[in-house]
Each structure stands twice: as C-alpha cells, then as structure tokens.
Design a protein around this ligand. Sequence first.
Ligand SMILES: [Mg+2]
Length: 125
Amino acid sequence: MPYKILIVEDNENNRSLFRDILTFHGYGVAVAADGHEGVALARELMPDLILMDIQMPGMDGMTAGAILKTDPQTSGLKIIALTSFAMRGDLEKFLSAGFDGYLSKPISTRELPDMVKRWLEEDQP
Ligand SMILES: [Mg+2]
C-alpha cells in the first residue's frame, strides 16, 4: 500500500505540480482546492500526510488545520503548512497552531520528495 498524501492548495498550477511530482514518486495522491474540501477529504481518506496551503479563499489553511487538529478522529494526522509568506516567526506560529512542519513556497521540486519522505518516516508524536 503506497502512502496516501492529501494536497490542499487553491493554486491550480501548484496543485498539479505537487500531485505530478508525488505521483511520480509512487505516492497515492488526492487533491483539494480549499479548506472545506480538504477537511472533508482528510476525514474520508485519513491520509498519511497532508500538505496544507495557508492562503486559500473560503476556508484558509490555518482554519482547516485547526479543525483537523482539534478533532480527536483526525488530530493524529500529519499536516505540513505551505506558505508563500516569508515572515519571521512563521515556524513557531505554525508549530504552535498544531502543524507538524512548514514549507515555504516556491517549493523545490527536487527537494519536495525528500522532505515528504522524511516527514512520513518521522515517528508519530
Ligand atoms: Mg494559496
């Protein structure tokens, strides 16, 4: 069984790019275009890893992440925040919001599979 990864990203180009890269590396990939869809798919699929864009119209990634992290059924899911902000203190902000990691866009297409592999292999907290 391949690892299941859920990509929640409103930008269609990014969504397709991340999906193609991770599919090429053998992962089972599902995509969602906003926070509402992301939360629904996360509950349905219980993926091994979620890549969650922060800036999205409708329900943003902070809200969707908080919903999943406060629901006992989904609180154990690993969620990585994707953001194009380059603000000081972001890492602390996302970790304190319950995210398991943080990735700043633009994302290196060569590094993405390595980082995903590392996150998947990290022990569950
Ligand atoms: Mg976005």
